[in-house]
Ligand binder design. Structure first.
Ligand SMILES: C[S@@+](CC[C@H](N)C(=O)[O-])C[C@H]1O[C@@H](n2cnc3c(N)ncnc32)[C@H](O)[C@@H]1O
Length: 238
């Protein structure tokens, strides 16, 4: 049985999660140019591929993760490049800033490690921490994901992974980590209170960091995720 704290102690995971996702790169570029987006929070930031990238773009970046190892690695990575961000270690719900603090938020493959209720609570929390008009990118596993229905069932559509994407991580992959899998309808309901700008259903793509040569992207077969880009509407939502 492993958890993310242990996963981040391995080199394999670090290599696969060090190149920023291409949509995040596009968004960061747009956010930088928009002028109206400065403060961006990355929930479940891992070792910080997106924190680093957004800091490089000159955005004010905040990031959290419940793995101390990940946060420490992120700190060191930023320090080594003379970049800065506000980082803290804590559960995803711990966002120690007032409501409407952030102009944008990223939760890339992070906030679904729990039940449907926990995920719903997280989206509500992101809604409250974003200002009206603030934007978020959230990725969520789909029920067409090859891991749907595998492992111990904790709650409806929530499974404790028996080793999700074992080939992406050394040893036993994400074994022991719960995952909640969403339908399209559920995603649409989760984002009530937001205007959904784009909703894509795609296989996860990751790239190994190859140092100075260009990253090589690989699609993980049948690792289907929803990618939601959404704008906070001017309303409170229950
Ligand atoms: C697949 S990694 C993604 C990391 C990063 N978002 C990225 O795209 O590189 C998932 C991250 O979520 C974090 N995580 C998982 N459950 C969490 C929780 N309950 N609270 C905070 N962070 C959590 C893990 O420690 C891990 O760093």
């Amino acid at each position: 049985m492993s958890d993310w704290q242990q996963i981040w102690e391995r080199d394999g995971a670090r290599q696969m999660w060090s190149v920023p996702d291409r949509e995040v790169v596009e968004l960061a570029e747009r956010w930088k140019n928009a002028g109206s987006i400065r403060r961006v929070v990355d929930i479940g930031c891992g070792i910080g591929r997106h924190v680093r990238h957004m800091a490089q773009q000159g955005l004010d970046v905040y990031g959290s993760d419940h793995s101390e190892t990940a946060i420490e690695s992120c700190r060191q990575w930023l320090q080594s490049e003379n970049l800065s961000a506000e980082l803290w270690c804590g559960e995803m719900e711990e966002i120690p800033y007032p409501d409407a603090t952030f102009d944008a938020c990223i939760a890339f493959n992070s906030i679904y490690h729990g039940t449907a209720e926990r995920l719903d609570g997280m989206i509500r929390l992101l809604h409250s921490k974003l200002r009206v008009g603030g934007e978020c990118l959230v990725t969520l596993p789909s029920r067409e994901n090859r891991m749907y229905g595998r492992g111990e069932c904790l709650a409806p559509d929530t499974y404790v992974s028996p080793g999700m994407y074992g080939d992406l991580f050394a040893h036993d992959g994400e074994s022991g980590v719960p995952h909640h899998f969403c339908s399209r309808k559920q995603v649409q309901s989760l984002f009530r209170g937001f205007h959904i700008q784009s909703l894509k259903h795609e296989e996860l793509q990751l790239a190994t960091d190859r140092g100075k040569t260009e990253a090589v992207w690989v699609s993980i077969p049948k690792a289907f995720f929803w990618r939601v880009v959404a704008i906070r509407k001017d309303s409170n939502v229950q």
